[in-house]
Design a protein around this ligand. Structure first.
Ligand code: FAD
Ligand code: PYC
Length: 413
């Protein structure tokens, strides 16, 4: 095992782009209002403008751009899900990631450094191998690694068989990786802004006006704004918004937290996740170790979580990576995510005409940002679910055609 981690000396921060501070003139009415300027709302605005030429669009954000989950997540990107429906939308998203920086013209630090998911028991090995074979069938790139092969990819991994949960194998998706989440949001925001979309920060939606079953616009702290179409992209807060429009959705709002260490020299150049011991980790470009665990086990809108979750997560991390016991914690925070009963997204039409829903991405929606924005924009423009969204409609909670991806994140739900 190598020696103690050394502090990294430099970390260059970008200039904040001008458009983040600009206040566009709010119009009285729009073709499309998107509620929520996280990754999904901004990507949707971008693809509405780029793919459909729909630019009379406002994105309303109660706080600031990407102040919700978008810049709070741990940035893991992968498409190695179990079910065909998930493989479809997450792989579509990964393909968009692969060309996104060039397309949008903005640095995002997208890095395909691979994602490894560890298995620690016979049952765990069977579960992960099931995923591995399902991925193969769906032509999603995947490998099965022995503990020794896993250690070749990440030399600081402890593959001793005397620890509480020894590593018995791992899946590996080489095309998976990370990106710099705030820059992804800014990239989409800048490109949408350049095409004429209005990004309105400090604008909270407090009511949704519906007449004869059709949406008319939204009430906000800045007054009423009329719209032909209204699209929800307010992760963590969807159920409060649908209640404003008169219907309920089966979503729970849970706090999910993460933490970073101080800046360190590079020791880990892949992403490693372990559901059994409940930790995942990558090392950001600046040098922090970025780690997370599971959600708090109760509903909440607070953006901070239980300390016991972090204690268990750090104990697991030190066991798997003994070298981490020398690192110092820099910062912890939380975000509020929407979780559906089957841990899969809800994307499509609603019982209210011209009101659309995009939610339920739970602990796994960062990687979906491009794919979700693309599919949602198509659904809004055509007033009909995109082919990749068909199975994600609200109908599945009455038909029973659930898409159970509970094990998918490996850790987070
Ligand atoms: P958000 O950024 O939360 O955007 C929603 C916006 O709506 C917010 O800005 C909010 O302020 C706004 N809003 C809410 N109500 C209103 C209102 N009434 N009026 C106006 N605006 C409103 N996913 C991964 O794929 N990989 C990961 O590694 C990963 N790690 C995570 C780690 C943590 C700690 C957290 C919290 C999440 C993680 N996720 C991860 C999940 C991912 O971040 C979310 O699924 C995704 O960001 C949700 O979409 P969004 O970006 O649009 O949400
Ligand atoms: O979806 O891969 C994921 C993930 C990892 C951590 C949180 N979500």
């Amino acid at each position: 095992m190598s020696g103690p981690l050394t502090r990294r000396r430099t970390a260059e921060l970008p200039e904040h782009p001008d458009f983040l501070w600009r206040k566009p003139q709010l119009k009285k009415s729009y073709d499309v209002i998107i509620i929520g300027a996280g990754g999904h709302g901004l990507a949707t605005a971008y693809y509405l403008a780029k793919n459909f030429g729909i630019t009379n669009v406002a994105v309303l954000e109660k706080g600031w751009l990407a102040g919700g989950n978008m810049a709070r997540n741990t940035t893991i990107i992968r498409s190695n899900y179990l079910w065909d429906e998930s493989a479809g939308i997450y792989e579509h998203s990964l393909k968009l990631w692969e060309n996104l920086e060039e397309e949008v013209g903005y640095e995002m630090f997208f890095s395909q450094r691979g994602v490894m998911t560890l298995a620690h028991s016979v049952g765990d090995v069977r579960g992960k191998q099931r995923n591995f074979y399902a991925n193969k069938v769906n032509s999603i790139d995947t490998e099965w690694l022995t503990p020794e092969e896993a250690k070749k990819v990440a030399p600081i991994l402890n593959i001793s068989d005397t620890i509480r949960y020894p590593i018995m194998g791992a899946t590996y998706q080489a095309r998976g990786g990370i990106a710099k989440h705030d820059w992804v949001a800014w990239g989409y925001a800048k490109a949408a802004d350049d095409m004429g979309v209005d990004l309105i920060q400090g604008c909270e939606v407090t009511g949704i006006k519906v007449d004869n079953g059709k949406v008319q616009g939204v009430e906000t702290n800045l007054g009423f704004i009329a719209a032909n179409k209204v699209a929800l992209a307010a992760a963590g807060h969807t159920s409060t918004l649908t209640q404003m429009a008169g219907f309920r959705v089966p979503l729970q709002s849970r706090t999910l937290q993460a933490l970073v260490s101080e800046l360190l020299e590079q020791v880990l150049d892949t992403v490693i996740m372990s559901g059994a011991v409940h930790v995942y980790v990558s090392q950001a470009h600046k040098g922090e170790l970025v780690m997370g665990a599971g959600t708090d086990a109760f509903n909440s809108y607070t953006q901070r979580g239980g300390v016991h979750v972090i204690e268990h997560q750090l104990a697991a991390a030190c066991e798997l990576f003994p070298i981490f016991s020398r690192a110092h914690l820099l910062r912890t925070w939380g975000g509020v995510v929407d979780i559906a009963p089957d841990a899969s997204p809800i994307l499509g039409l609603t019982p209210v005409e011209n009101l659309y829903i995009n939610s339920g991405w739970g602990t796994g929606g960062f990687k979906a940002t491009p794919g979700s924005g693309w599919v949602y924009a198509d659904t809004i423009a055509n007033n009909a679910p995109h082919a990749l969204a068909k199975n994600y409609s609200l109908k599945r909670f009455t038909t029973g055609h659930l898409i159970d991806e509970h094990g998918a994140a490996g850790v987070a739900h």
